[in-house]
Design a protein around this ligand. Sequence first.
Ligand code: IDP
Ligand code: MG
Length: 139
Amino acid sequence: MERSLVLIKPVAMGTGRGGAIISRLEKMGLRVVGLKILRMDKALAHRHYAVHEGKPFFESLVNYMTSAPIMAIVFEGEGVVEAIRKEMGTTDPSKAEPGTIRADFGLDIRRNAVHGSDSVATAEEEIRLFFADDELFPG
Ligand code: IDP
Ligand code: MG
């Protein structure tokens, strides 16, 4: 079954939106098969965002993502990667479609409430960074 990694970013944890975001995704028929709260260290943030290394926003993104606890959640479902990307909205909350998670809960392009994997292959790599096999409970 297809899986995707969602991260509830510090801004959404700090404003108590974690449960609301999980609830929205569950209501779409997606199942939680792994979940943890953690504070990312720099090494994990560098690996997770490796594709952005060298971009002007990279260091501030790593600093932000390691500044406070986040939630990491693995969702499972048919077409889950695309379904979550659509429900999240585009990267910049001020440009995200009304009713999307980033439009509703994001503060700015960096503090945009959530991360969601952008492809099935990326999802599998990202999930491996955050979860051991015995921490996942596929349906
Ligand atoms: P995505 O999360 O929608 O896939 P990406 O372009 O992959 O967006 O960027 C990863 C993350 O980096 C974004 O979610 C956001 O937190 C941050 N980011 C992207 N572009 C910028 C920017 O121009 N300024 C600051 N942060 C950015
Ligand atoms: Mg991306």
